[in-house]
Design a protein around this ligand. Structure first.
Ligand code: PMP
Length: 449
């Protein structure tokens, strides 16, 4: 069944039995049958360079035999045991994650980025209970950010259209404007501002009452909301504000972690130490589902104080599955041995240099990048910054696809503002692949005139 098929009957079965993510966003899905390195193959044998590494996640690239072997060997040895007890792959992976974070953290495993964020919210709230401040229950995140699809993570998400049909979501989530220099929410320009974007946290904490706020949650760079890269001073200033008010800082590294930013974790680019770090996607390069919530040791220890019988009451059947942990360890080992974090940084530089010509195109308003991920914000008019007509983005994406390149698109969910093209290829991408990306992007943009 898995190896014998014809395209027409498969598509008919797909239409009859599948409910696609984001459906009916794509009424005519591509059926992908295989992949190697940075290239995927569809059912017709067409090859595409996967410029989005799936959903920003296949960091080491497709088809790594060692990853398959690591999972297979672990499945034979011990396929499963719940993490109310312990097992070797989970212990070793927790150790490795702490090492990569460069501080002592305790690691709670789940299966998805959304779950990792839910765990972070619950730990943050309970921490304040343990700490004698049970009134702290609110979270502050940014407009445009995406933090997941579950009722808490979606509440933290700052994009209205993703949420409006599913209300009421978890209460207690507030939002501040993003650190978006191209369209500064305070109407200032970088270098002539007071980092109002960070200051919003201070204001909101004061307006709400500092003793009601549990934590802020942020990605080092807003990825899914249009690749909004903050200024170097932004995260340190938010950290300062958190410290001033006893508010925890949760950093969502679901996309930025595991090399994507050119560092092991995105926040390491800004010299801040988060209280809680959430991670998923790149931890296994998406070969198996796994996520983690890393909690600074002194915060975690509050849950273990003598006489403090307030356990963290959260269990997750599949979280920290032994095969997924073994695979994650091998994935990290590959990144270390092949120096893929450093490579991601170099690839990012190379991509920026080779796509620099796009800055001259009249429909390109801003090019932003963070490590090996890039956003190209398209406009109708570079002076007014009016977003490009949606058809223009659709056209560029289709022209790229025709030529064998998959790119992404995101931004805000406000109509018209879904105007950012995105690139986030696997680290297996070569210089020739980047030449190919540049050539295809040039041809695709040329079709706009
Ligand atoms: N946080 C961020 C920053 C994400 O990009 C995503 C997924 N795109 C999530 C959380 C949720 O992860 P998952 O889809 O694994 O639940």
């Amino acid at each position: 069944l898995l190896h014998e098929y014809d395209k027409e009957s498969l598509l008919a079965a797909d239409r009859e039995h599948m409910w696609h993510h984001m459906s009916p966003y794509n009424p005519n899905p591509m059926i992908v049958t295989g992949a190697q390195g940075s290239w995927v193959t569809d059912i017709d044998g067409n090859r595409y360079l996967d410029g989005m590494a799936g959903l920003w996640c296949v960091n080491v690239g497709y088809g790594r035999q060692e990853l398959a072997d690591a999972a297979y060997e672990q499945l034979k040895q011990l396929a499963y045991f719940p993490l109310t007890q312990s097992h070797v792959p989970a212990i070793r992976l927790a150790e490795k994650v702490s090492e990569w974070l460069g501080e002592e953290y305790r690691v709670f495993f789940s299966n998805s980025g959304s779950e990792a964020n839910e765990v972070a919210f619950k730990i943050a709230r309970q921490y304040h209970h343990q700490n004698g401040e049970p009134g702290r229950y609110k979270f502050i995140s940014r407009h445009r950010a995406y933090h997941g699809n579950t009722m808490g993570a979606l509440a933290a998400t700052g994009q209205a259209v993703r949420k409006e049909k599913y209300e009421p979501l978890a209460p207690g989530f507030l939002h501040v404007p993003p650190p978006y220099c191209y369209r500064c929410p305070a109407g200032k320009s970088y270098g002539k501002c007071n980092l109002e974007c960070a200051g919003y946290f201070d204001q909101v904490i004061n307006w709400e009452g500092e003793k009601t706020v549990a934590a802020v949650i942020m990605e080092p760079t807003i990825t899914g909301g249009g690749v909004i890269v903050p200024s170097p001073e932004y995260m340190p200033k938010v950290r300062e504000i958190c410290d001033k008010y006893g508010v925890l800082m949760i950093v969502d590294e679901v996309i930025c972690g595991f090399g994507r930013s050119g560092k092991k974790f995105g926040h390491q680019n800004f010299g801040v130490k988060p209280d809680i770090v959430t991670m998923a996607k790149g931890i296994t390069s998406a070969y198996l589902p796994l996520s983690a919530t890393a909690v600074r040791a002194d915060i975690a220890d509050k849950f273990n104080e003598p006489g403090n019988n307030q356990h963290f009451r959260h269990v997750n059947t599949f979280g920290g599955n032994p095969a997924a942990c073994a695979l994650a360890l091998k994935n990290i080992q590959i990144m270390e041995e092949e120096q893929l974090v450093e490579r991601a940084e170099q690839l990012g530089d190379e991509l920026r240099a080779k796509l620099a010509f796009l800055a001259d195109h009249p429909n390109v308003g801003d090019i932003r990048s963070f490590g090996f991920l890039m956003g190209i914000e398209m406009v109708e008019d570079r002076k007014t910054k009016e977003p490009a007509a949606p058809a223009k983005l659709t056209q560029v994406i289709a022209e790229c696809k025709k030529r064998g390149l998959i790119i992404g698109r995101n931004g805000d969910t406000i109509p018209g503002f879904n105007n950012v093209l995105t690139l986030s290829p696997p680290f297996s991408t070569t210089s020739e692949d980047i030449d190919f990306i540049a050539r295809v992007m040039k041809e695709a943009f040329d079709t706009l005139g």
